[in-house]
Write a protein that binds this ligand. Structure first.
Ligand code: FAD
Length: 364
């Protein structure tokens, strides 16, 4: 951590100050708080509700790193983040003494028929899917991807515990209502109940990032509905399976997630029974033996979308104000690299990755 940012946390006449305030305790805010703390900064996470309970709680946890599915501009960050994952999780598991269920069985991809040629052109490994997953109904052309998956709920709990063990401070249950300025630079944040002081503030408020001034980031909620089954045997499905109708993500404890819709529905997190039934039918079509699976739960979450489907990362025009949001469908995947590059930016250094495509200035 740059010396400018170190040891600035102090208490004068009971007014405490931090080096950095992170708005939003989702996977992005928590991972960044840890990265900053490890560099010696004092950090306060201000979370409107409970940390880790919004998009990061609703996610499937596929760590998709595939040229076919990832926007070109995001590819190098996606690949870098996917590579960082084993160490990212390992360190957090040590710091938290908890497990995140990182799995590396890989993914079976049934492409949209119109993309089969693209898969071949990209050199993806063609497979006979039933040789890998005997209960699949389909032996149509499929491809194998060396991808990992993680349980985002377990990961969020691990990251939260690690952050607390590393002495990141938390204020939960009170939303940030304003970023405070003094002489045109950041001085902290206000909530309904109080004010917190810091010279650096990072907006990591996910789908809600655009609701906090002084800069209106064009984030919007993109709803995703999901279904969770309990497989009749713990290893009935071992790989992540992606098809145009649905994806299946097994967990090591025998749960299987079936996802997900991508809907423009505002800030509505209700599930729709017909939609959940459609996901259920799609899962049964892929793996007929799932008819013996128990239905555990369904839910919906709000992905932070942006106009160009790319994240918004970097310093803003307001000195001391930063943003890390808009991770849309890849925020779990992108947490390690986002934390790394944003910590470097907040230190005042230039990150190894070119962030031009993600600049908040591109919308001005
Ligand atoms: C159904 C579904 C499936 C998904 N599957 C995957 C997947 O397989 N792989 C993948 O990589 N990604 C996936 N995603 C995307 C991923 O979940 C998101 O990109 C990621 O969780 C975004 O993290 P975040 O921390 O930015 O947002 P969030 O987790 O939403 O956190 C933002 C936090 O900010 C808080 N907040 C908001 N406003 C304020 C305020 N004013 N003051 C204080 N706090 C505030 C919120 O309460 C929230 O806790 C999926 C998402 C959904 C919904």
């Amino acid at each position: 951590m740059d010396r400018k940012l170190v040891l600035r946390s102090f208490t004068i006449a009971s007014v405490k100050s931090w080096d950095v305030i992170v708005i939003g305790g989702g996977i992005i805010g928590l991972s960044l708080a840890i990265a900053l703390r490890r560099r010696g900064a004092t950090v306060l996470v201000v979370e409107r509700g409970e940390p880790g309970r919004e998009a990061s709680h609703a996610a499937g946890g596929m760590l998709v790193d595939c040229l076919l599915e990832t926007p070109v501009a995001l590819q190098s960050l996606a690949t870098a983040s996917a590579r960082m994952y084993p160490e990212f999780v390992h360190e957090l598991e040590i710091e938290s003494e908890m497990k995140a269920d990182l799995r590396d069985q890989g993914t079976i991809l049934f492409p949209d028929p119109q993309h089969t040629d693209d898969c071949e052109r990209l050199g993806l490994t063609a497979i006979k899917p039933r040789q890998l997953e005997s209960e699949l109904a389909d032996d149509q052309p499929a491809f194998y991807l060396r991808e990992r998956s993680v349980d985002p709920r377990a990961l969020a709990a691990v990251v939260l515990k690690a952050a607390k063990n590393l002495e990141v401070d938390f204020s939960s249950g009170d939303a940030v209502t304003a970023v405070n300025l003094s002489d045109s630079r950041v001085a902290g944040v206000s909530t309904k109940k109080t004010r917190f002081a810091a010279e650096n503030v990072v907006n990591c408020a996910g789908a809600w990032s655009g609701q906090i001034g002084p800069q209106a980031f064009p984030t919007r909620p993109v709803k995703g509905q999901m279904l969770c089954l309990v497989m009749p045997s713990r290893t009935l499905v071992k790989h992540v399976i992606r098809s145009p109708k649905a994806y299946l993500i097994p967990r090591s404890d025998g749960r299987l997630l079936v996802g997900a819709t991508v809907e423009e529905a505002g800030f509505d997190k209700r599930t729709v029974p017909e939609t959940i039934q459609r996901l259920h039918r799609a899962a049964l079509e892929l793996v007929p033996k799932l008819r013996d699976a128990k239905i555990l739960k369904d839910w919906a979450g709000l992905r932070p979308g942006t106009p160009d489907a790319l994240p918004i990362l970097g310093a803003t025009a307001t000195p001391g104000y930063y943003v890390a949001t808009g991770h849309f469908r890849d925020g779990i995947l992108l947490a390690p690299i986002t934390a790394e590059v944003m910590a470097v930016v907040i230190e005042g250094r230039t990150p190894e990755h070119d962030l031009t495509a993600f600049s908040p200035e591109r919308f001005r």
